[in-house]
Ligand binder design. Structure first.
Ligand SMILES: Nc1nc2c(ncn2[C@@H]2O[C@H](COP(=O)(O)OP(=O)(O)OP(=O)(O)O)[C@@H](O)[C@H]2O)c(=O)[nH]1
Length: 303
C-alpha cells in the first residue's frame, strides 16, 4: 500500500502504537510509538509478519482471529477486555490493549491496530493493590507483636460463628492474660515489658496450628481461636501452651505465669454471639486468676 505522507504524519500524532496490516497479516505501516514499544528501529516493523509480535504459542489462534476480523468488518474497542499477549524483539512478552478497525483503501481492506502497552497500567494497578493490601494488614495487625489486633480477632470470631452456623464446625476461644505483668514493667521497665509481650506473641503463634488465629486484644491480654477442636483437646492444648509459655519465658528473675480462660463453641443452639463468647472466655480467665492464677479454666456452657 502506498501510504501518503499525510497519513504517515497522522500515525505519528497518535500517542499509542499504531500498526497497519494487510489481509495477509503483513505490517505495511507503523508509527514510532509502535516501533519503540516492540523494540524495533523506526522502519524495522515494516514488511514484518504481524505474527512476529505475537508469542509463538498464540500465533495459530491469532491467524484464525485475523481471518475472522477481515471477514467480519467492525470496530473492536480498546480497554474492553481486548488484551493480548505480545512479544518484543528481545523475546520479552508483555500485554497490550488493542483497538482494531478496518480501513478500505481503493477497494483493498487493511487492518488498523492502535496498541497500548498494558505493562505500565498493570504496574500501577499492582502498586495500588499492594498498598491497599499493606494498609489492610496494618489495620488488622497489633503493631507491637505482629499478631492480629482486637478488630481482626472480632472479625475472625464472626467468621467462625458463620462456619459453625453453616457447617457445624466447632471451635474454641482462649483468653490468655499475663499474671502480675505490672510487676514486670515496674521491675524491668516498660521497654523490657514490651519485649516480653513480643516473645509471648511469638511463642503462642509457634505453639499454635496453622489454622489457629492469634491476637493481642489488650495490654497484656492475648486471645486465640482454634477451629475444629473438641473441648477436651482444647483444654489439653491450652495446658500445654501455658506450661510451654511459662517455661519458655520465665526465669529466676522473671517469674512470668499466665491465666487462661477457654470457651468451647460446638453448637449454635448454645446461643453464641461474639459478645457472649468474649464474656465467657473473659469470666473463665478471671476464675483462673481468682483461683490463684497460672491455670486454665474451661467456661461452663450457658444453659
Ligand atoms: N510493657 C507494656 N506494658 C503494657 C502494655 N499495655 C499494658 N501494659 C501494662 O500491663 C499491665 C497490666 O496490668 P493488669 O492486667 O491490670 O494487672 P497485672 O499486673 O497483669 O495483674 P493481674 O492481671 O491481676 O494478674 C499494666 O501495668 C499496664 O501498664 C504495653 O503495650 N507494653
Amino acid at each position: 500500500m502506498e501510504i501518503e505522507k499525510t497519513f504517515r504524519e497522522f500515525l505519528e500524532i497518535i500517542p499509542d502504537g499504531a500498526l497497519v496490516i494487510d489481509q495477509a497479516g503483513t505490517i505495511v505501516a507503523a508509527n514510532m510509538a509502535a516501533a519503540t514499544m516492540f523494540d524495533y528501529s523506526s522502519s524495522g516493523l515494516i514488511d514484518l509478519p504481524l505474527d512476529q509480535l505475537i508469542p509463538v504459542e498464540f500465533r495459530q489462534a491469532h491467524a484464525g482471529h485475523l481471518k475472522h476480523f477481515f471477514e467480519h468488518p467492525g470496530k473492536r474497542s480498546m480497554g474492553n477486555g481486548l488484551r493480548f499477549p505480545a512479544v518484543k524483539r528481545s523475546g520479552v512478552t508483555f500485554y497490550v490493549d488493542i483497538m482494531l478497525n478496518q480501513m478500505d483503501v481503493d477497494g483493498a481492506l487493511y487492518g488498523v491496530a492502535i496498541v497500548r502497552d498494558y505493562t505500565l497500567q498493570q504496574q500501577a494497578e499492582e502498586k495500588i493493590r499492594r498498598e491497599l493490601e499493606f494498609e489492610k494488614r496494618q489495620a488488622l495487625t497489633d503493631h507491637l507483636t505482629g499478631v492480629m489486633n482486637r478488630r481482626a480477632f472480632v472479625a475472625q470470631l464472626n467468621e467462625e460463628l458463620q462456619q459453625l452456623a453453616e457447617h457445624g464446625t466447632p471451635f474454641a476461644v482462649g483468653f490468655i492474660d499475663l499474671d502480675d505483668f505490672k510487676e514486670v514493667n515496674d521491675k524491668f521497665g516498660h521497654q523490657y515489658g514490651d519485649e516480653v509481650l513480643q516473645a509471648i506473641g511469638k511463642m503462642i503463634t509457634s505453639c499454635s496450628r496453622h489454622s489457629d488465629h492469634v491476637a493481642r486484644i489488650g495490654g497484656d491480654e492475648f486471645a486465640t481461636i482454634h477451629p475444629m477442636i473438641s473441648a477436651e483437646n482444647a483444654q489439653q492444648m491450652m495446658e500445654r501452651l501455658r506450661t510451654q509459655l511459662v517455661s519458655g519465658i520465665a526465669s529466676e528473675h522473671l517469674p512470668v505465669t499466665l491465666s487462661i480462660g477457654l470457651c468451647q463453641c460446638d453448637q449454635l443452639s448454645q446461643g453464641h454471639t461474639v459478645e457472649s463468647i468474649i464474656d465467657m472466655a473473659d469470666k473463665a480467665m478471671y476464675q483462673a486468676k481468682s483461683a490463684g492464677k497460672n491455670a486454665v479454666v474451661l467456661a461452663k456452657p450457658a444453659n
